[in-house]
Design a protein around this ligand. Structure first.
Ligand SMILES: [Zn+2]
Length: 497
């Protein structure tokens, strides 16, 4: 028994080492690999990925899982949860025939290039044939893996364990009912908000200095992390002692680096806060995509776009940038919270963002359920945008072709973004019972907030499922009411409606 556990842990460790090597290559590819060097490193990533797959799905591992499952009561909590997690991963992989899995990976590797070209040329037809194949694979994989209720539940669970179509339908239905009319009202009756000053001249080197400052200010630990640049900001964790984030510096767009850094900083603080008892093991990372997004969005929006956050440090920002000399803190606060229905998800503000996700969720669910066909997507996309956001793209580049996710086979992933917003509001409501959050922000005591999050969320890693965490913190399941109330209060004040 002891031997089996040791061997089980050794195999997990072996997989971990390969995965860290893959991460290091990803970091290199995204931040500094020269264009012509990318092919070689991509091949190495492919090679190591198959090694990682082989280690975890080996016959030996499958036997160990069976053996350990029979002696569950002898395992510690961490061993037991690790076993559950490994079983989840192995189960997902071994039910899919290896040849089909490889064919699928080759397809998605190619599809990303095709998607980029289709977007560039504004030609959905170019991409649709690939997307049809990807959807076909997804439907088949779900059949192999099995499902309960709606087939979409299986891939949803990959990113958000425990989440189901039934829960999401309720959730999005409620958001639609509350937010669509509220956004319309703001558009029609709201005061005008000026955000033009955020698009003035902000020298990149000064943005870089400020990004370092703000990352440290919110609690990012530079002894266990670095910040670099990339075209699309992301966070990457080797383990809790090496967590890396990127941001981007655009000269006439201050928000991009400031809020990008705070957002990725939120992800990183989560990873840096993993408990020592689980660090380095299979449980030693964020528990789900949704909970991860709750942390990044809590820092970015709930804290970072609040007036209290900026009160003690706005002077420092003003000193750095000429463009803000004559902008007072109230104007700044309103400017960074300007809301506008936009066509592009990644540019959407806090208020309208979730509706962009709703469009994608409804389409994915219908595709996987076989209710619609890929060729209908441009029309369906535009109709939904019109219905929820009141605007319609004039071309597919600004519509159905805007996101990379589907070309990479990432289906079931989008809902995490909306869940993150909602979790963040529930977490905020619970935190306020223990801490005066505004006061902590005004007194530059962000460590109090970080410590609270660490105690309630970060240290547990994958030891707790999203639902369990939420129940312990908020005393209930996911509940979008807090998010809607938060938005209505905040934006009602800003827009005077
Ligand atoms: Zn994020």
């Amino acid at each position: 028994m002891k031997k089996s556990i040791e061997r089980f842990n050794e195999i997990i460790r072996e997989k971990k080492l390969i995965d860290v090597a893959i991460s290091a290559l990803h970091w290199d590819l995204e931040t500094q690999t020269p264009k012509k060097g990318q092919e070689l490193l991509s091949d190495v990533v492919g090679y190591l990925s198959s090694k990682s797959y082989g280690v975890i799905t080996s016959d030996e591992m499958v036997l160990l899982i069976e053996e350990l499952k029979k002696k569950r009561e002898e395992l510690t909590e961490i061993e037991d949860k690790s076993l559950e997690e490994v079983e989840r991963e192995v189960d997902k992989l071994i039910k899919i025939p290896v040849l089909e899995y490889r064919e699928y990976n080759e397809l998605t590797a190619k599809a990303q290039g095709v998607w980029a070209e289709a977007r560039e040329k504004n030609d959905f037809g170019l991409f649709s044939e690939f997307l049809e194949k990807i959807v076909g694979f997804q439907r088949r994989f779900i059949k192999y893996r099995g499902y309960e209720g709606h087939p979409y539940n299986t891939i949803l669970d990959d990113y958000e364990p425990g989440m189901t179509v039934e829960k999401l339908d309720d959730f999005f239905g409620y958001l639609r009912k509350e937010l669509v009319p509220f956004i319309k009202k703001i558009k029609e009756d709201g005061k005008s908000v000026d955000g033009a000053f955020l698009k003035m001249d902000y020298p990149e080197n000064k943005q870089m200095e400020f990004s370092k400052f703000i990352a440290e200010y919110i609690g990012f630990d530079f002894e266990r992390g670095v910040i670099s640049e990339s075209a699309h900001p992301f966070t990457l964790n080797y383990d809790k002692n090496d967590v890396r984030i990127t941001t981007r510096y655009i000269r006439n767009m201050l928000s991009s680096s400031v809020f990008g850094t705070i957002h990725e900083g939120g992800h990183a603080i989560y990873e840096q806060g993993i408990g020592d008892d689980i660090a380095g093991g299979i449980l030693g990372e964020g528990t789900s995509m949704g909970i991860h997004e709750s942390q990044s969005r809590f820092y970015e929006n709930v804290l970072g776009r609040s007036r209290s956050f900026w009160e003690p440090i706005y002077g420092e920002l003003q000193d750095k940038f000429e463009a803000l000399r004559d902008v007072n803190i109230d104007e700044f606060y309103r400017g960074i919270n300007k809301s506008e229905s936009s066509l592009i998800r990644v540019e959407a503000d806090e208020l309208t963002y979730s509706l962009h996700i709703m469009v994608r969720y409804e389409i994915e669910k219908a595709l996987i359920g076989g209710d619609i066909e890929v060729r209908e997507l441009p029309r369906i996309w535009n109709e939904k945008m019109k219905e929820y956001l009141g605007i319609e793209p004039s071309n597919d580049r600004e519509g159905v072709l805007q996101d990379v996710h589907w070309s990479a086979g990432l289906m079931g992933y989008f809902p995490s973004y909306a869940l993150g917003n909602v979790y963040a509001s529930q977490i905020h409501a619970a935190m306020k019972k223990d801490i005066d959050v505004d006061e902590a922000l005004q007194n530059r005591e962000l460590y109090r907030i970080k410590e609270w999050l660490n105690q309630k969320i970060h240290r547990f890693g994958k030891l707790r499922k999203p639902e369990e965490l939420l129940k312990e913190i908020a005393g209930e399941e996911i509940n979008a009411k807090y998010f809607v109330e938060y938005l209505k209060e905040k934006y009602g004040n800003i827009y005077g409606v």
